[in-house]
Design a protein around this ligand. Structure first.
Ligand code: TXA
Ligand code: MG
Length: 597
């Protein structure tokens, strides 16, 4: 299915804007696609009575249209228009769990076109409990057919920004209702028979359903060839980030928090305190964190350039920090969801965590496995699919791509801090100016940033250059101006040299020199700042980035001064600097306490 942008810009409507929501509802009823929040994940909605409108959903998602959609309602009175029969079991489920994170499959009515149900004679009905969803669906007053609002195959969106990343330009509007409470899609239950069959596990657990149906519930089996998929992920690639995902088992016998409660509230997060904790608690923590550390060490042994994302509880990062292995830490990006064994928190953050780690450009994500019978079943169902990932990629289905995160205004943060990277050389008219230009481009391209230790604090990153022996105000070398312009499109002809001085060193969070001797000179003059002064090669080494040639010999980073050489040498020099800085970029921003937001 060809994906084609049909809007210049998708409207972003606040969940507090009643008029905006009404206007979205009018557009939906008249055939447009609108994304809306729910307590599970965001949905991509169209008028379920309008086959043409429903087709637009498939076009926007790049999704095969043999996957049936759920009809969402804001009022139970609409159910009679969607289904032709409500079995006693279906009625019980409706009474017990709607509004809430459940989808009940019933026999469909003739009013629902085949486009919605992929030709099946059944249809899923869901009434979300999210207040913004409810207001919007009530205003629509027609059943709203909606899949999750992600690009087919990628992690489902649990906030408006994630929807915008996948859908900007492809749908009429996105209604922003904040973070989805549960973070995993609804429990899908087939209630056409006497016995409930769970097609997809969710926050309404098997035990919940059994209690309601006063009888046993079954889980549906996997798909046979040629069958239309009944539940998502049975046939196609699903929930998968770009990075490989591996599941780290939880310790045997450990007890989950929140597995069977229907309270979505996360448990209070306790940062472990190694000094005061009991021997048993310490052992429990080591048992949780060890599989991650062990596996990451293996990955780094196989590839010293591996970048690893960790989706886990606060305990895991705490143990990494306690170990204090700088090289291990340099290669690791953490997404902490709360307490390690709190399955509600893990579920709430899973999809957002996968998206976030993907954008830190990790190759592998090690994710906490959580085994249990309630919410953990739903969590592992999604995580296992994300880890399996490969699934069938149909013609026209979007190829997996490393996502870039959408815009995030600085006002989105509680606070902001600034960090500065300084490039230094001798006279600041050549190599350090080239580095500044390249790095500034990288900073712009990868923005926005937040604080490594607190995602709700934004970061403004700056880059400067200076020379140890520079005189102020000298113009750049002609050759470097030309090469930088050709390789990066940036014009540095207006840049003037600055002399490096203690005030500038003070204002910089890290100081990088191209050549080793300049770093040594700075450290010799100012030994008290030695921890933040590196050359390109000593910085790479400090991150464990070791280079070997085909014969296994160590290769050091050395970039000669191109001045006095021909044009080709200048061009090679800038190319080499660019390759270096691109490689070091994630390590550099981490060294100054920032990450991509
Ligand atoms: O929480 C949710 O259910 C979210 C939000 C937006 O409501 N929606 C959602 O939709 O996850 P979607 O399309 O990504 O997954 C719904 C799945 C379908 O893929 C399908 O396999 C199953 O529910 N389903 C829908 N109608 C069905 C039917 N008639 N028979 C069997 N399974 C059905
Ligand atoms: Mg989906």
């Amino acid at each position: 299915m060809e994906r084609e942008k049909i809007y210049g810009k998708t409207k972003l409507v606040s969940g507090a804007d009643s008029n905006g929501i009404k206007e979205c509802a009018e557009h939906l009823v008249s055939g447009e696609v609108v994304a809306f929040p729910t307590e599970t994940v965001y949905g991509l909605g169209a008028n379920a009575f309008d086959a043409g409108a429903v087709e637009k959903i498939f076009a926007a998602k790049g999704r095969p249209s043999d996957n049936p959609l759920i009809c969402h309602i804001g009022d139970k009175a609409l159910i009679k228009d969607i289904v032709s029969e409500i079995t006693p079991l279906a009625q019980k489920l409706i009474d017990a769990f709607m509004p809430g994170p459940v989808t009940v499959i019933m026999k469909k009515s003739d009013k629902i076109p085949a486009e919605v149900t992929a030709g099946l004679d059944t249809v899923g009905v869901r009434m979300p409990s999210d207040p913004v969803a409810n207001e919007f669906l009530k205003a629509c007053n027609v059943p709203v057919a909606a899949p999750s609002a992600n690009l087919s195959g990628t992690p489902s969106p649990t906030n408006a920004r994630a929807v915008m990343e996948d859908m900007d330009g492809y749908v009429y509007a996105v209604i922003d209702g904040g973070d989805s409470v549960f973070g995993l899609e609804s429990t899908v239950v087939d209630a056409t028979g006497e016995k409930p069959v769970i097609l997809r596990p969710g926050a309404i657990t098997k035990a919940d359903i059994e209690a309601c149906a006063s009888g046993e519930a079954a889980f549906a089996g996997t798909l046979e060839a040629g069958q239309t998929p009944k539940a998502p992920g049975m046939k196609y690639r699903h929930y998968a980030p770009f990075a490989n995902v591996e599941i780290m088992d939880m310790p045997k016998g450990a007890k989950l928090i929140g597995d069977e409660s229907d309270d979505a509230a996360p448990s209070e997060v306790k940062k472990p305190d190694f000094d005061t904790m009991s021997e048993d608690d310490r052992q429990a923590l080591v048992d949780i964190a060890s599989p991650f550390i062990h596996r990451e060490k293996e990955l780094l042994k196989a590839n010293p350039f591996a970048r690893v994302g960790i989706f886990a509880g606060v305990e895991v990062k705490a143990l990494y920090e306690k170990l204090g292995d700088k090289i291990l830490l340099a290669h690791t990006e953490f997404y902490e969801y709360g307490n390690a064994l709190d399955v509600r928190s893990a579920a709430h953050s899973l999809f957002e965590g996968l998206r976030h780690l993907d954008c830190q450009e990790v190759d592998t994500i090690l994710a906490q496995g959580l085994t249990g019978g309630g919410m953990a079943t739903a969590y592992m169902n999604r995580l296992e699919k994300a880890a399996g990932k490969k699934g069938e990629l149909l013609p026209g289905m979007p190829k997996p791509e490393r996502p870039s995160r959408g815009e995030l205004p600085l006002e989105a943060f509680k606070d902001t801090f600034t960090a500065q990277i300084l490039f230094a050389d001798d006279d600041n008219t050549c190599l350090s100016q080239a580095c500044e230009a390249i790095m500034t481009g990288l900073i712009e391209k990868n923005a926005p940033y937040d604080m490594l230790v607190s995602r709700d604090i934004g970061c403004e990153l700056y880059c400067e250059s200076a020379g140890i022996t520079a005189s102020d105000g000298a113009v750049c070398d002609e050759g470097i101006i030309k090469a930088v312009s050709e390789e990066t499109g940036r014009n540095i002809s207006h840049c003037r040299s600055t002399r490096a001085d203690p005030a500038l060193y003070d204002a910089s969070d890290i100081i990088i020199t191209v050549r080793d001797e300049h770093a040594f000179e700075i450290i010799k003059a100012f030994p008290q700042i030695k921890d933040k002064v590196f050359s390109l090669s000593t910085f790479a080494a400090s991150c464990g980035l070791v280079f070997k040639d085909a014969n296994g010999r160590l290769v050091s980073v050395s970039i000669p001064d191109p001045r006095g050489e021909n044009e080709a040498t200048y061009s090679h020099t800038v190319k080499a600097l660019k390759a270096w800085l691109e490689l070091l970029f994630p390590y550099l921003i981490k060294a100054v306490g920032a990450e991509r937001a």
